[in-house]
Design a protein around this ligand. Sequence first.
Ligand code: 6PG
Length: 247
Amino acid sequence: MKPQLITVAPSEFTRAAARLLRREVLEACAKGDAHLMLSGGNTPLALYALLGDDPLGELPYGKMEVFFGDERWVPPPSKDSNGGEALRLWLIKRQLPPSHFHPFFGDSPDEARTKVEAALADVAGARGEPAMDLTLLGIGDDGHTASLFPGSPALDEQSSWTAETRSPKPPLVRLTVTLPVLSASRHVVFLVRGTAKHEILSRFMDNDPDVVATRVKARRVTVLADLEASSGVALLARSQGRERSKA
Ligand code: 6PG
């Protein structure tokens, strides 16, 4: 299924992401509970901070299970820690029950992976597969998503739900869920903002197979982009449509 592209003004991006997350969480909780997998990197930090202030009204944190697509192998207090930043900016402030928080934390990468895989196995036990209701992801300039980088052996991992990878940029050691987990998601939303992402977003929307993020084959895929990242993507699509019609 082709990703749905939603474009918003840069000033509206964070609130649009918060509204989308809130809608997905409330819809999932109306049927039971909400399983979220959060993205790392810089783009979602403003979203986590906004949710921490909770301007859109309280979420049912007692019915939410929070996972992470990946982690940098750094101490949780580090500003580089995906789980640490989401905790500090949002989840501690809104008192998510600690047992509902499933980051890649541990005394070793293997221990952290084992804990996440056990939590994912609980989801699979209830749902038949480690299916999140909503997975937030970013897209790196090189097309990576989570910590699945171009050329990584982890891209071919079909049996393990997590992997240890190496990033071309520091922090080097990464822990990530694998494509089978990402593709099991009921809804994946890529959060993409800024002019620096325009080229890679165009390639993603054009389903360039060299863009790792295109390998996430979830039931429903949405790209929430601001106008800086998406400027021209729509024009590109229309122009390609014109080219195809001429062919
Ligand atoms: C990470 C992320 C990574 C990120 C992309 C985009 O740990 O860095 O999981 O996949 O989402 O690199 O990062 P930005 O949002 O900072 O551009």
